[in-house]
Design a protein around this ligand. Structure first.
Ligand SMILES: C[S@@+](CC[C@H](N)C(=O)[O-])C[C@H]1O[C@@H](n2cnc3c(N)ncnc32)[C@H](O)[C@@H]1O
Length: 391
């Protein structure tokens, strides 16, 4: 077993390395508890409503449900239990309802969650055991009213579901759902095809300098295409907490803090945030820009030098410089070099490639766009960013 679950002070449950782990190792692979489509993606009819594959990638004729008009990549997906009569009826109701557009993807989540409660009660209990900041506001009431109408007349007694339960479910979704990316479109805009909630993968805490990241291979053939694969970015010592980043690693300090406070209810005090909180807004943006565009992260070095007023401050500044250097190095190594991608590069897992593992200088793979980078290309990037050790 690569991981063990632990209770960590001030962070709730977390995942810890149960033994020393090599970079590129697949730490966890699991099937989702629940999957649902993004409303906008569903309306394009370009993704299978069951397995979420991009229909063009399968090259097969599309199968359409005669009742709710959802599209599928195969009759097997159309007839899957995830598209039973109850769900089909609720989705048909959604098509004609006047629910606000912001709430329509959430309605899809709730339909899937209540379906889970009836089809797989044990999995539903796991969903309820996940972390989440519960709330009941007008939106929750609107969504709850929609569900009562959508499930009315099916085999469910919708009145058995309380508005508090709907609020609790929405909180689990907000805290634990993994966005499943659509293939990049011409404008470069990143869109979601859907969302998935996993059991053990929900236990990874966040770090702005993560030591692991997730991969999905949704358009690969096979019936486990929605599995999430969590992979180590580099070697990890036994007992170290395994963290992922909850958003692209090139986000600026202010955006990261805002997202984590508002959506996850905590203030990030990771090594990177501790350094970047002393930067001015301009430096924050400049550095993010540099990281995004793959330019040298020189501002990171300049930042703390100006603070050295006495010996103590100088020592502190030297430490900060080391931190800045380490963080700049992190971006060159782990931020995808493809323009505007923002994905994380991890060593290629031997499981998913005929190529050698990247643990000791092998290729790295981007978890968003799939870009592969060889060790030679990485050394070239290091040189360009003036981060290569003269020795
Ligand atoms: C997806 S859950 C992760 C597992 C969670 N710790 C648990 O006990 O189930 C996200 C929640 O974990 C906590 N969390 C995640 N990363 C954290 C961090 N770096 N510092 C403090 N709390 C964190 C926050 O409460 C956040 O809302």
């Amino acid at each position: 077993m690569a991981l063990r679950e632990e209770q960590l002070e001030g962070r709730g449950r977390g995942m810890v390395a149960a033994r020393a782990l090599r970079g590129g190792k697949e730490l966890l692979c699991e099937t989702p508890l629940l999957v649902y489509q993004d409303e906008e993606a569903a309306n394009t009819n370009t993704f299978c409503s069951h397995c979420l594959c991009f229909l063009e990638s399968r090259g097969k004729p599309i199968t359409q449900c005669p009742s709710c008009t959802s599209v599928f990549c195969s009759s097997r997906c159309l007839q899957s239990e995830s598209h039973n009569h109850r769900l089909c009826k609720a989705l048909s109701h959604l098509k004609t309802s006047d629910l606000k557009s912001d709430n329509r993807t959430l309605a899809r989540f709730l339909i899937a969650a209540y379906n889970l409660a009836l089809e797989h009660p044990a999995a539903f209990q796991i969903l309820l055991s996940l972390e989440g900041m519960e709330f009941v506001d007008d939106n929750v009431h609107d969504l709850h009213d929609f569900l009562i109408e959508a499930l009315h007349g099916s085999d469910v007694d919708p009145l058995g579901f309380s508005v508090d339960l709907t609020g609790a479910l929405l909180a689990k979704d907000a805290c634990n759902a993994f966005g499943l990316m659509a293939p990049s479109c011409e404008s470069g805009e990143r869109k979601m095809r859907g969302y998935a909630i996993y059991n053990r993968s929900s236990l990874f805490n966040h770090d702005c300098l993560p030591n692991a990241c997730r991969f999905e291979y949704i358009d690969k053939p096979g019936n486990r295409n929605l599995d999430v694969h969590i992979r180590a970015l580099h070697d990890i010592e036994e007992g170290t907490e395994i963290c992922i980043s909850y958003f692209p690693i090139n986000w600026a300090f202010g955006d990261r803090q805002k997202k984590l406070e508002e959506e996850y209810g905590f203030q990030c005090e990771c090594d990177r945030c501790r350094v970047e909180k002393d930067w001015s807004d301009g430096e924050d943006e400049d550095n993010e820009d540099a990281a995004v565009k793959g330019k040298p992260l020189e501002d990171a070095e300049r930042t703390s030098k100006g603070k050295a007023k006495n010996q103590e401050a100088t020592d502190e500044a030297d430490e900060d410089d080391d931190d800045d250097f380490g963080h700049a190095m992190f971006f060159v190594k782990y931020l995808c070099p493809v323009d505007d991608c923002g994905g994380t590069m991890a060593p290629v897992s031997p499981k998913h490639s005929h190529m050698r593992s990247g643990a000791a200088g092998g290729p790295m793979e981007c978890n968003y766009c799939g870009h592969l980078r060889t060790e030679e290309e990485f050394l070239h990037d290091l040189e360009e960013h003036k981060l290569l050790d003269d020795d």
